[in-house]
Design a protein around this ligand. Structure first.
Ligand code: IMP
Length: 424
């Protein structure tokens, strides 16, 4: 397997957990490069379901080394809880987990500020995990990195400086309590003791591995349309969910990455606020949400559902340099008589096929749909592309034509086995 990025090409929740788990079987390293425990990657193996928020999905394969890259923001408590959850289910983490010494740490004041901002009228609908505030501190050069957390004096100095800024904001602007230095210092120094063994310069390790021809899989979190640069800003997360993030978020140069695969659902979903041109009307929303179990893996919130939008996926194919797409949850559409695909947006009397940057324009765009016949057959036991009903093959073919790239893998259920390759 060449060094491959697998990332979301819609608004997240495309089924990346399952796909990464499948590709991990051929990988030596699986690396998270952005986001934090806002992600929820679900992997089903037989009767067991694992929901991973921070640790790469590759952890479920014995020989694979999992890396949390510098581009990720790490909540130490969430990390330790996840390690415990895995070990309680018989998955040994041990030396298979490496965390970048340059990854930034999420602290309780980040979570508190995230929650308080979400109480405002114009909320984003975040996961309230402190992701945005932690990335803000990174960019403002105030953040505390893993390496800082591990150095006793550096941690104390930086924590004090941060609280000197955050406590007055919490107290005077939000009218709430600030944090005690002593309590935070004691709690996070204890986490540092437990995490120390995993922390190292992961950029060196990954580049050495690549020199030795080891196979590296880069695991994207969220999706392109939630990325801070190409997403529906400001209704986005605070990291680069695009393939480019794999280079900046790991210290592996772009010339060392061979392939980019984008994961899409056979329809579209998003969680939280923000424009969604192909969103379903209430009846269809309920039916698809139920059938697709469209509830957030991290927050349990019901996901908004809609028709497949080729405008956003085509745009994702372009900004990520996607070489092939993976279509998940095709089976969720099994019962429909006919299926719509958004082929463009109508705005001001014209039809656009590029994704607009203006939220105002997006809110007023009207999707231009093509309609294809449904297949009305259960596809969950299908094991090959040729085994799909003709109308399902027709649907996939139309998606390929509209988004401008090939489908390489199709998923028809949550189990590892309910997947088949299509083409190369
Ligand atoms: P944040 O990442 O918690 O700051 O949330 C910002 C936006 O990204 C919100 O709309 C969230 O619902 C969305 N979001 C964050 N992580 C995920 C994810 O893993 N899947 C889907 N949406 C996400």
């Amino acid at each position: 397997m060449p060094n491959t990025v697998i990332m979301g090409a819609q608004w997240g929740d495309e089924g990346k957990g399952k796909v990464i788990d499948i590709y991990s079987a051929d990988a030596d390293y699986v690396v998270r490069y952005q986001g934090g425990n806002n992600a929820g990657h679900t992997v089903v193996i037989g009767k067991d379901e694992f929901i991973l928020h921070l640790i790469p999905s590759g952890i479920l394969h014995k020989g694979v080394i999992c890396v949390i890259g510098n581009g990720v923001v790490v909540d130490p408590k969430a990390l330790l809880d996840e390690i415990k959850m895995l070990e309680s289910k018989g998955i040994r983490v041990g030396k298979r987990l490496l965390i970048s010494d340059r990854a930034h740490v999420i602290l309780p004041y980040h979570r508190r500020i995230d929650e308080l901002r979400e109480q405002a009228k114009k909320k984003i609908g975040t996961t309230k995990r402190g992701i945005g505030p932690a990335y803000s501190d990174k960019i403002s050069r105030l953040g505390i990195r893993m390496v800082d957390l591990l150095e006793k004096d550096t941690f104390a100095e930086k924590l004090r400086a941060n609280l000197d800024e955050k406590n007055p904001i919490l107290e005077k602007i939000y009218g709430t309590e600030g944090f005690s230095f002593d309590e935070l210092h004691a709690e996070y120094s204890a986490y540092a003791g437990e995490i120390r063994k995993y922390v190292c310069d992961t950029a060196v390790i990954l580049n050495e591995a690549i020199k030795k021809k080891k196979r590296v899989l880069f695991e994207g979190a969220q999706g392109t349309l939630l990325g801070v640069d190409y997403g529906t800003f400001p209704f986005v997360t605070s990291s680069n969910a695009t393939a480019g993030g794999a280079a900046t978020g790991t210290g592996v140069g772009p010339s060392r990455i061979d392939k980019v695969l984008g994961v899409v659902k056979a329809y579209t979903t998003r969680v939280g606020e923000g424009p969604f041109p192909t969103e379903f009307s209430p009846d269809l929303m309920d039916a698809i949400r139920k059938k697709g179990k469209e509830f957030g893996a991290t927050t349990g919130r019901p996901r908004r559902c809609g028709w497949f939008d080729s405008v956003i996926v085509r745009y994702s194919v372009m900004v990520n340099g996607i070489d092939g797409i993976i279509v998940t949850k095709l089976d969720v559409l099994d019962d429909l008589d006919s299926i719509k695909i958004c082929a463009g947006y109508r705005f001001g009397g014209k039809v656009y096929r590029d994704f607009p940057s203006s939220i105002d324009v997006l809110n007023r765009c009207v999707p231009v749909y093509e309609e294809v016949p449904g297949w009305r057959k259960d596809t969950t036991a299908v094991t090959s592309h040729s085994g799909l009903p003709a109308n399902a093959r027709g649907y996939l073919k139309r998606i390929e034509a509209l988004v401008g790239t090939k489908i390489v893998l199709v998923s028809v259920g949550s189990d590892r086995k309910q997947t088949f390759r299509k083409g190369v």
